[in-house]
Design a protein around this ligand. Structure first.
Ligand SMILES: Cc1cc2nc3c(=O)[nH]c(=O)nc-3n(C[C@H](O)[C@H](O)[C@H](O)COP(=O)(O)OP(=O)(O)OC[C@H]3O[C@@H](n4cnc5c(N)ncnc54)[C@H](O)[C@@H]3O)c2cc1C
Length: 555
């Protein structure tokens, strides 16, 4: 069944950010008779409105103007619109998984006037980030950092006095925050939204438009798989019997492990290793590769390893684990380390040897959707799987695996799934990322090696933190900032930071890459004296001058 409607293309002027886009959409949606509105992005300056035939162009222009922008009708045509999908299907969008990607997708679908259902099982609602990832880890990391600073004062005449007096209380405080954020940022956000339904149960895809949950079939115009990823635990003899921790259990301990053996040397392993070491554990990191963070440059990872070792963390690389065995409270990890057999003893083992996508066993293969052997779900640039009605978003589709990219993909997948043939491709240009060790490791764009592999002629400027007034005043000069520029255009192509709170520097650099700002321009901008951001200015100046010869305030 179809009904005659109008499709109106409106040019909108004055939008400068994503909030403007939402504001314009909301204003247009508020016009009586409007069925759906889509403003793909604010840069485009275009809104597509589907409305009943009695809606006039003037109504739409006035709504945009009332919101503070100007508008003009570009095109108006009559279309035959299918009867609302909910009449043919139970929902417009069924989302399997209930993490950040799923919530962003459901909210975007609702904004588009569609009905979505989120089906979650396994982790509590909210998924990895709020329950067993970002929030608990960063809360405990912050606590450990405060403790470390208080017990290692850098200033003369300041007495060190800090320790963990009540580990259970610390874990409980973290738990309360997790519970609060889960309610406020997930459950409450959709509970007042009549377009979004939350269901608890294991979702299984049974057809191109159908999902089964709790023995009940649900049909939808489109399916979104947003089931996330899980810790990958290698098949090592004795591991399962000996017991081990992962990110799903380690932040739930009510005690500080006496001696923690960390398997892995990437971000989850290193953040957790340093956090427990600072809270009082003796920690050994066992990493298979020759370096921790093997994808980053040697100068960066060697410097980080040095800082971690200085805090007492033992870091072993070139490790091949052979077996794990437990005898009462002692766990023994047998390994070949650079060819020599050794046994490392501890009280607990924390496994952070990678993640696996949660796309296997969902029924996807049975309905003809390809799934990778590592459990990840292949999708195209529009986040479509090999089926045109089934989309994927978040950790389940693989790298990049951050909560902000999961949310971005969720919203984009919902738009693309519901938009018919007007789909937008995903765009990760100038994607910033942070590893929350101390000093933090942060990056955006390309490192020198990556740029040269892409055939870009680049040079780099490295500013050691002992040339930064902020770091000198803090008596904490760990790390450096490196800017990489295209030598032909002077434009920034990437940056790497190793510095306390270094992640805070990234957004200036990300915007510089995105909006093609030259390094000379960055060097010429005011950066307040004694801020961390001065590092950007000094590193930019470093392309043409020796920063050591400058007077105060880069003069
Ligand atoms: C220790 C750790 C620290 C992290 N720290 C950060 C950080 O600081 N910053 C950052 O940006 N990112 C961080 N991340 C990454 C971030 O948590 C993830 O990228 C993000 O949570 C992924 O969201 P998602 O919605 O794709 O998946 P998830 O949040 O994992 O959600 C998927 C949900 O689907 C459920 N599910 C699975 N199968 C089914 C099924 N068949 N039926 C129903 N439900 C199902 C799962 O149980 C889960 O609840 C961290 C991750 C970890 C592990």
């Amino acid at each position: 069944m179809t009904r005659p409607m109008i499709e109106v293309e409106v040019t909108v002027r004055g939008m400068t950010c994503d909030s403007c886009r939402r504001y314009v959409e909301e204003s247009l949606r508020g016009v009586p008779g409007v069925d759906s509105v889509q403003v793909a992005n604010w840069q485009d300056g275009r809104a597509l409105v589907v409305a009943h035939r009695n809606v006039s162009g003037k109504d739409l222009v006035q709504a945009v103007e009332k919101a503070g922008y100007s508008a003009e009708i570009l095109d108006r045509r009559t279309i035959e619109k299918a009867e609302p999908a909910a009449r043919r299907h139970d929902y417009d969008l069924v989302i399997v998984g209930g993490g950040s990607a799923a919530f962003a997708a459901a909210l975007r679908a609702s904004e588009l006037g569609a009905h979505a259902v989120i089906i979650n099982d396994g982790l509590p609602i909210g998924g990895t980030c709020v329950n067993v990832g970002c929030v608990p880890s960063k809360t405990l990391i912050r606590a450990a950092e405060e403790l470390h600073r208080a017990s290692h004062p850098r200033f003369h005449g300041v007495r060190a006095a800090a320790g963990v007096s009540d580990p259970a209380a610390l874990f409980e405080q973290k738990r309360e925050l997790v519970n609060e954020l889960r309610e406020k940022k997930y459950v409450d956000i959709v509970s007042g939204d009549s377009n979004v339904t939350l269901l608890e149960g294991h979702g299984r895809v049974t057809g191109q438009h159908t999902v089964e949950v709790n023995g009940r079939g649900i049909s939808a115009r489109r399916i979104l798989v947003a089931t996330g990823a899980s810790p990958f635990v290698p098949d090592i003899p004795g591991m399962a019997e000996s017991g081990y921790l992962t990110n799903e259990t380690a932040y739930e301990l009510n005690e500080i492990p006496e001696k923690l053996i960390v398997l892995g040397g990437r971000y989850i392993a290193l953040e957790t290793a340093q956090m427990f070491a600072r809270l009082g554990s003796r920690v050994t990191v066992l990493q298979r590769s020759e370096r921790i963070l093997p994808n980053e440059s040697e100068e960066l990872t060697e410097a980080l390893a040095g800082y971690l070792r200085k805090e007492g963390i033992e870091i072993r690389t070139g490790v091949q684990i052979e077996s794990v065995a437990r005898e009462e409270k002692t766990v023994r990890v047998k390994a070949r380390i650079n060819g020599i057999s050794e046994t490392i003893e501890g009280s607990h083992v924390f496994v952070a040897t990678g993640r696996r996508g949660n796309a296997s066993g969902l029924g996807l293969e049975e309905v003809g959707v390809a799934v990778g052997s590592d459990g990840y779900l292949p999708v195209d640039e529009f986040l479509r799987t090999s089926s045109s009605s089934i989309f994927g978003a978040g950790d389940v589709i693989g790298s990049p695996m951050f909560v902000y990219t999961a949310a971005y993909e969720g919203a984009l997948a919902a738009e693309n799934a519901l938009a018919g043939d007007r789909m937008s491709a995903r765009d990760y240009a100038a994607l910033p990322w942070v590893i929350f060790t101390d000093p933090q490791v942060a990056g955006v764009g390309l490192d020198e090696k990556q740029a040269r592999e892409k055939g870009i002629d680049v040079d780099a400027s490295v500013l050691p933190m002992d040339l930064l007034p902020r770091a000198l005043a803090a008596f904490d000069t760990r790390g450096f900032i490196k800017l990489v520029r295209n030598t032909a255009t002077d434009r920034l192509v990437g940056a790497r930071v190793l510095a306390p709170e270094g992640g805070e520097l990234l957004m200036e650099l990300s915007l510089a890459i995105r909006y093609e700002i030259t390094v000379s321009d960055l060097a010429a901008r005011f950066h307040p004296y004694l801020t961390l951001s001065e590092a950007v200015k000094l590193a930019a100046i470093g392309f043409t001058r020796d920063v050591k010869t400058l007077s105060c305030c880069a003069g």
